[in-house]
Design a protein around this ligand. Structure first.
Ligand SMILES: [Mg+2]
Length: 237
């Protein structure tokens, strides 16, 4: 059985990973699955008992799973998790991450990374190592505007070098100002890298409209994953 599962990473921090993860989870929940969000490392937590991204994913998934499973590693410092841990003289236990994953991996899951692919999680693992270990297809969230061709290509090349499949690239506007590169970027990235490109998601301040815009952009990806899952199940795979 193959349930829809995604690892959401970004070309950078603050590109819309949490928004994209929330949209995927809510679409999967609407489809009648019982998806779970997984944000194994969260830094910049104002309160260690209330990691904002993890709580937001759990809410979008309509789940009540304990936070220790949804988000086992939390840090106050707004730094890469591995750097925040190093400042505290701690080493986040990789086995704790794997144990939490073991509780989640049998159903539909959306995992949100931290920052981009080479953000440190501990002294020997970056986000890309976690993606490899979990064996999930990637949704790569990228900025819609100028600079995204380079950042997107670097991330896609790194993923290809590890044989990590890419489900899609999602372009998202992270500022209210538009730039002229936005018009050509989606088609160019799709053609050059032979990857499905979704978006650009417009820049919207209102949280409900923003959520709706991410859902609209990601609906084709979820529909496709549901159809693939159905046909695999019918074939007994
Ligand atoms: Mg986030």
């Amino acid at each position: 059985m193959r349930w829809p599962r995604f690892f959401v990473t970004g070309t950078d921090t603050g590109v819309g990973k949490t928004q994209a993860s929330r949209a995927l989870l809510s679409l999967l929940a609407d489809a009648g699955l019982s998806p779970q969000g997984f944000k194994p490392y969260e830094s910049g937590c104002a309160s260690l008992s209330a990691p904002a991204d993890a709580l937001s994913l759990r809410e979008a998934a309509r789940s009540d799973l304990p936070l220790d499973i949804v988000c086992p590693h939390r840090f106050r410092a707004p730094l890469a998790p591995g750097i925040a841990a190093r400042r505290l003289g701690r080493e986040p236990d990789w086995n704790v991450t794997l144990a939490a994953w073991e509780r989640l991996r049998h159903g539909s899951v959306v995992v949100e990374g931290a920052g981009g692919l080479f953000v440190a999680l501990d002294s020997s693992h970056d986000v890309i190592d976690l993606i490899s270990t979990l064996g999930l297809p990637v949704l790569l969230v990228a900025r819609a505007g100028l600079g995204t061709l380079n950042h997107t290509a670097l991330s896609l090349e790194a993923l290809a070098a590890r044989n990590i499949p890419v489900a899609a690239v999602l372009l998202s506007r992270s500022t209210s100002s538009r730039d002229p590169s936005e018009r050509d970027n989606p088609a160019f990235i799709a053609e050059r890298h032979r990857v499905q490109v979704l978006g650009p998601v417009p820049y919207l301040v209102d949280p409900r409209r923003r959520h709706a815009a991410f859902r609209k952009a990601l609906a084709p990806l979820v529909q496709n994953a549901l159809a693939t899952g159905r046909s695999n199940r019918a074939r007994g795979r």
